[in-house]
Design a protein around this ligand. Sequence first.
Ligand SMILES: N[C@@H](CCC(=O)N[C@@H](CS)C(=O)NCC(=O)O)C(=O)O
Length: 206
Amino acid sequence: MITLYSYPSPNGHKASIMLEETGLPYETVRVDVTMGENLEPGFLAISPLGKIPALIDHDAAKGPRRVFGSGAILEYLGEKTGRFLPTDMCARTEVWNWLAFGVSDVGPTSVDMFRFGVRAPEKLPYAIELFKSELHRCYRALEAQLSQTEYLVDGEYTIADISVFPFIAVASQTAPTLFETYPSMKRWHDLVSTRPAVQRGMVVPE
Ligand SMILES: N[C@@H](CCC(=O)N[C@@H](CS)C(=O)NCC(=O)O)C(=O)O
């Protein structure tokens, strides 16, 4: 059994999509980050930064094991199940490239855009323009890749797709005209969206 600690958000959804895709048995503990539950000592012992997602694998070799952060969770579950992670070294390296892109580029830039464009009480044009331009830099990179490959890494759905998809899904909802500029990104988004495990994972926790 796996215990997933999460909250409805793109990073949390990466973990729940992967759990749904692999079919591993899991339970979900909702950690309300808006109420500070993520900063309680019990959760910090699992996720030192106090961020979701995190999980405990109670069936790991050598006893229960914690895994925190969406990238580590995708990699861990990919290794544990041997699924959505190619064995061929060339393809595997490409998976790492795009997995890291999801964790270090499109994810944080989307969050910064939301913070400075929506949340900030004072709107700073410099910050808004900077993050907008960085976000479109990410989208251009995705568009270029997806105009050549069905999924992010060749014709195979992998943890790289899961690492990026939830942020593109949210962006397409908040900016309905986004896909007019990025047709290949739309094709890929629509393809990934049809997966039943993705649909289930995107609503965990409720
Ligand atoms: N690098 C982490 C980032 C996780 C993250 O930013 N989680 C947010 C929710 S999407 C969070 O827990 N925020 C609470 C906080 O920052 O206090 C990952 O890829 O999972």
